[in-house]
Ligand binder design. Structure first.
Ligand code: NAP
Length: 477
């Protein structure tokens, strides 16, 4: 087994497996480093972990779920949904758990990839699909003295559930999408909670309702999904058309601050000074109330040093703590830098990306035949569900595989000029977009300030332009 190797059993890898089976392919294996499936929805188990995209849209279009308990499903429910999908479509038997891929090397003579695992095993597939996602390598800040801390310290994606937070003095560093979900939960348990914010986020209210019984009526899941899709898509108007059209988004976020933050000092601290949309717009009903609690202190000065039992602020104040939780996000662009992938002629992927991370339709790369990347460069979204993008990319890959069998070819890779033209168009749009022009710094941008992560427009544009691979853009061998 293993003409096709898929790496990762999260939303992306499972979708690839399901569509391969539907298209009649059975000779594939999914390698998953964890002990169970779900990817990010297996690994992230922090208190309050839930989707911030409405679940009717944050699920496969071909497998709508009548059983979502809430509009924004909690993490265990999403993981169970994925497990059910894997079972229903006969994918579970294709997954090998606890297998972490180390290197990918293209063998030009055999026209096969050599995939080696951390345990030293080698697989020799014709094609490799990466479904590793962008948000799985925890990013920790470099703060002097971190290693000398004697209390509990962990990243939000590696939550230590054995640590009892009740009655403890806790510091949280970071106030992003994960922190705004777990801080309100930690605040209920900790005796004292100090939250270190580097940049405030624009936050809107979260319509986190219980799914009404009517949602289960025939036709409703599809109708709700369509409605949610267009509501979310409307959020792209501000960056895909004109930032001045984001006025409503800003008004909604300001209304949340005015409603939930009566204290003028706290209000000033949490109000962003950059254009809305520059960083991901977050949704929460309990973040601001949590910051207003008596046992919670929001600090806007940075952490200068960590000592055995305390954190020292840049203002020189020493705060004693029992635990530090890092809500500092993930390595995104630089995580790809560490991939050990060698293509034709011994070309390392880092050489191919020496001027920045690119791919054709976010999926394929010249000199790396039959290598496909799900959620590759510039396929991320700030406004809608990435599951939609995954499905478009999976359709693209299937059309590449069809091209191979129809032409009786063995390899497929994009023409360099086609890839450059695609990326030139994409970057031209991005240069004027809110992520570059909005006055904020974010993980969307690489070290040169180029956006290598986000799709610049409406998702239906990606669907229209990328779901089918065009023969004239590819080289078959
Ligand atoms: P994040 O949004 O990147 O937030 C990281 C936070 O840590 C930011 O507040 C950042 O401040 C701060 N930070 C990073 N390095 C720091 C340093 N050296 N010193 C001080 N502060 C530092 O990460 P995340 O919250 O884990 O979320 C990552 C992504 O995961 C999200 O954008 C989202 O796409 C996804 N996510 C999705 C869901 C969902 O429900 N679908 C839930 C959670 C996460 P700055 O803003 O100043 O950089």
């Amino acid at each position: 087994m293993g003409e096709i190797v898929i790496i990762g059993a999260g939303f992306a890898g499972l979708c690839m497996g399901i569509q391969l089976r539907k298209a009649g392919y059975d000779d594939f294996v999914i390698l998953e480093k964890a002990e169970d499936l779900g990817g990010t929805w297996w690994e992230n188990t922090y208190p309050g972990c839930a989707c911030d995209v409405p679940s009717p849209m944050y699920s496969y279009s071909f497998e709508l779920n009548r059983d979502w308990s809430r509009l924004f499903a909690p993490q265990p429910e999403i993981q169970r949904y994925l497990a059910r999908c894997a079972e229903k479509y006969g994918i579970t038997k294709h997954i090998r758990f606890g297998v972490e891929v180390d290197t990918l090397e293209y063998d030009e003579d055999a026209l096969r990839w050599s995939v080696t695992t951390m345990k030293g095993e080698e697989l020799r597939p014709r094609a490799v699909v990466s479904g590793v996602g962008a948000l799985h390598v925890p990013s920790l800040p470099e703060i002097p003295g971190m290693e000398s801390f004697e209390g509990a310290a962990f990243h939000s994606a590696q939550w230590d559930h054995s640590y009892d937070l009740r009655g403890k003095r806790v510091a949280v560093i970071g106030t992003g999408a994960s922190a705004i979900q777990f801080v309100p939960e930690v605040a209920k348990e900790a005796a004292e909670l100090t939250v270190f914010q580097r940049t405030p986020n624009w936050i809107q209210s979260k319509p986190d309702i219980d799914m009404p019984a009517a949602y289960r009526l025939p036709g409703m899941p599809r109708a709700v999904r369509n409605a949610v899709y267009w509501v979310l898509e409307a959020r792209a108007v501000g960056f895909a058309v004109d930032p001045r059209l984001s006025g409503l988004q800003k008004w909604l976020a300001m209304r949340q601050i005015k409603k939930q933050v009566p204290d003028p000092e706290l209000r000033a601290k949490v109000t962003p000074d950059y254009t809305i949309g520059c960083k991901r717009i977050l949704l929460s009903n309990d973040w601001y109330p949590a910051l207003g609690r008596d046992n919670v202190d929001l600090r806007t000065e940075g952490v200068a040093e960590i000592r055995a039992n305390s954190v020292v602020t840049e203002a020189g104040e020493e705060i004693e703590v029992d635990a530090i939780i890092y809500g500092t996000g993930f390595k995104v662009v630089d995580a790809m830098d560490h991939w050990k992938i060698t293509g034709r002629g011994g070309r390392k992927i880092q050489e191919a990306w020496s001027e920045g991370i690119v791919a054709h339709h976010g999926t394929t790369l010249p000199d790396f035949p039959n290598l496909f990347m799900l959620l590759g460069p510039n396929t991320g979204l700030g406004h809608n569900s990435v599951v939609f993008m995954i499905e478009v990319q999976v359709a693209h890959i299937l059309s590449c595989l069809r091209m191979l069998s129809e032409t009786k070819s063995t390899t497929i890779e994009p023409r360099p000029e086609a890839m450059h033209a695609y990326n030139e168009r994409l970057q031209k749009r991005l240069r004027k977009a809110v992520w570059n022009e909005g006055g904020c710094n974010s993980w969307y941008l690489d070290a040169e300030g180029v956006n290598r992560t986000l799709w610049p427009g409406f998702t239906f544009e990606f669907w229209a332009g990328s779901r089918k691979a065009r023969p004239e853009e590819y080289i078959l061998g």
